[in-house]
Design a binder for this molecule. Structure first.
Ligand code: CP
Length: 308
């Protein structure tokens, strides 16, 4: 069943994800040849109320590779009528009559859902609020695991960093809950641990999980380390306290020695200091391949929603 809008990870099932991955693999071949003109009569609006490098550029690249056209605002809080007090709903009602799909990053949790309720064309959630969701990033992440390790079932996966506010982690946890025998290690400082809504969802779906506060303790047990940013401001600690806490989470050459040879390190990016650049050349560091995979997943998603 093809969804009209892409709003949250809970809306997908495994057959849809499997078909999306097959489409993304075809899109990778299409992109390698420079793209297609199949969607040259389609227009996508990218409407970003929050900063972005990867998500906006990769959606726009994906649309170009499909042969489509783009309307874009990268700072909609200032460069749209939002600054004059226009509601999100009014903006979407207007733009949805101009284009064939809207890619929206909004600063409030639920922004994409509100937009979808009033839009006449598909809305794709490109991240909504702190602690909301980022489902197209999570589909990219899952696709990367599938490409790198050839399976998702039975994997041990560490989700690390600011799990309280990280929308990519929340969306990925919902996706992982659809797969058999997955084990999830939530690794975070206590203040930034995963919220109860996700734990409850995992319990309901009989997914094994544990909460840890030191990556060093479990890194040798996992197949995937999914690292995310920990911002000092969110911990509300001094610089020296922050450095001390981060010793349990930094991935550097020493930490990589504890990681299985068959395991991978991922990060949705941007990173701060939580992964040292010295490990970028390690073949297990998959984060730049992960960013590239986002093009193929987004080409497949755009094709899916624009075909109707
Ligand atoms: N991964 C991600 O969402 O990055 P941006 O904030 O740069 O889009």
């Amino acid at each position: 069943m093809k969804p009209k809008h892409i709003i949250e990870s809970q809306q997908f099932n495994v057959p849809f994800i499997t078909e999306l991955f097959a489409s993304a693999q075809r899109m990778e071949k299409t992109a390698a040849k420079g793209g297609t003109q199949d969607y040259n009569n389609k227009i996508m609006a990218s409407l970003f109320y929050e900063p972005s490098t990867r998500t906006r550029f990769s959606f726009e690249t994906a649309m170009h590779r499909l042969g489509g056209r783009i309307l874009s605002t990268e700072n909609a809080q200032e460069f749209s009528s939002a600054i004059r007090g226009e509601s999100l709903e009014d903006t979407i009602k207007v733009i949805s009559h101009f284009v064939d799909a809207i890619v929206l990053r909004h600063n409030e949790i639920g922004g994409a859902k509100r937009a979808a309720e009033v839009s006449s064309v598909p809305v794709i959630n490109a991240g909504d609020g702190k602690g909301g969701q980022h489902p197209t990033q999570a589909l990219t992440d899952l696709f990367t695991i599938y490409k790198e390790i050839k399976t998702i079932e039975g994997l041990n996966i560490a989700l690390v960093g600011d799990l309280a506010q990280g929308r990519t982690v929340r969306s990925l946890a919902y996706l992982l809950s659809k797969y058999e025998r997955v084990k999830i290690f939530f690794v975070a400082p206590e203040k930034l641990q995963i919220h109860e809504d996700i734990c409850k969802h995992l319990e309901e779906n009989e997914i094994w999980f544990t909460k840890e506060n030191d990556l060093r303790k479990i890194i040798g047990e996992v197949d995937v380390v999914y690292q995310t940013r920990i911002e000092k401001e969110n911990l509300k600690v001094t610089e020296s306290e922050y450095e001390k806490i981060m010793e349990s989470f930094y991935i550097d050459s020493k930490m990589m020695q504890k990681l299985k040879q068959s395991a991978i390190v991922m990060h949705p990016l941007p990173r701060l200091k939580e992964i040292s650049p010295e490990v970028d050349t390690d073949k297990r560091s998959a984060y730049f391949r992960q960013a590239q995979n986002s093009i193929y997943i987004r080409m497949a998603l755009l094709a899916s929603v624009m075909e109707g």
